[in-house]
Design a binder for this molecule. Structure first.
Ligand code: AP5
Length: 221
């Protein structure tokens, strides 16, 4: 099950990917999370990518492609993966065809006012990366991660001026990618305006119909 989740910033890719990862036992690989972790550690890569991320710009293709290629060679990707936030440009999509051709691409869509509200209220765990929303998916204790007890923080790129830039970059880059996967019959568009408890079952049922495999939770593994 080699999956790609694409769509605008804040549409909920990471939220739905977490649910699919738990259900099917395949890793959720977010290029944004990889870069944020490197930035947090202060590595050379982290310092480089932080400059792009803080402005809402894309990290150069060569760098992202190499990182994803290496990550997909790890053993946990043997039975599949969910790529969240990659590919984002046509050169990235072409490269992915060469080293790990995706079976299915889910293209999430939502209205811009919905997206902005989601990004403005997002909180993430500084420790494990779990995603919350102050209104729609609040933690049990404000500011504390339900899963690991870590502190919840606001992402640096969720500032209003950076959100605007990220949406602009998204609109510039995405039409060719959508067309690329549409032409190959591997794209399904998923309406994501509703709350996560509605969208997540929608995603899982698309996957169950498409792959007809027992989810890990049902097989008891
Ligand atoms: P990345 O981390 O990938 O950010 P993004 O694509 O902008 O997506 P987000 O993580 O912001 O949103 P999401 O759709 O995952 O939404 P989420 O589930 O969190 O990339 C960051 C940066 O890294 C880029 O700007 C770029 O610089 C760089 N980068 C990354 N990949 C790259 C690449 N391939 N090439 C070049 N550069 C790259 O949900 C958002 C909020 O809404 C949360 O609070 C959540 O709780 C809530 N929510 C989610 N779904 C629902 C729902 N249905 N109803 C109500 N609330 C919801």
């Amino acid at each position: 099950m080699k999956l790609v989740f694409i769509g605008p910033p804040g549409v909920g890719k990471g939220t739905y990917a977490q649910a699919v990862s738990e259900r099917y036992g395949i890793p959720h690989i977010s290029t944004g999370d990889i870069f944020r972790e490197e930035a947090r550690k202060g590595s050379e890569l982290g310092k480089l990518v932080k400059e792009y991320m803080d402005k809402g710009l894309l990290v150069p293709d060569d760098l992202v492609i190499e990182i994803v290629k290496r990550r997909l060679q790890e053993t946990d990707c043997r039975n599949g993966f969910i790529l969240d936030g990659f590919p984002r440009t046509l050169p990235q999509a072409l490269a992915l065809e060469e080293f790990a051709k995706p079976d299915l691409v889910l293209n999430f869509i939502a209205r811009e006012d919905v997206i902005i509200e989601r990004l403005s209220g997002r909180r993430v765990c500084a420790n494990c990366g779990a995603i919350y929303h102050v209104k729609y998916m609040p933690p049990k204790v404000p500011g504390v991660c339900d899963k690991c007890g870590g502190p919840l923080i606001i992402r640096r790129d969720d500032r209003p001026e950076v959100i605007r830039e990220r949406l602009k970059v998204f609109h510039e880059q995405f039409t060719p990618i959508i067309r690329f996967y549409e032409e190959r019959g591997r794209l399904i568009t998923v309406e994501a305006n509703e709350q996560a408890p509605v969208v997540i079952p929608r995603v899982l049922s698309i996957l169950e119909m498409r792959f007809k495999e027992s989810p890990r939770s049902q097989s008891g593994k």
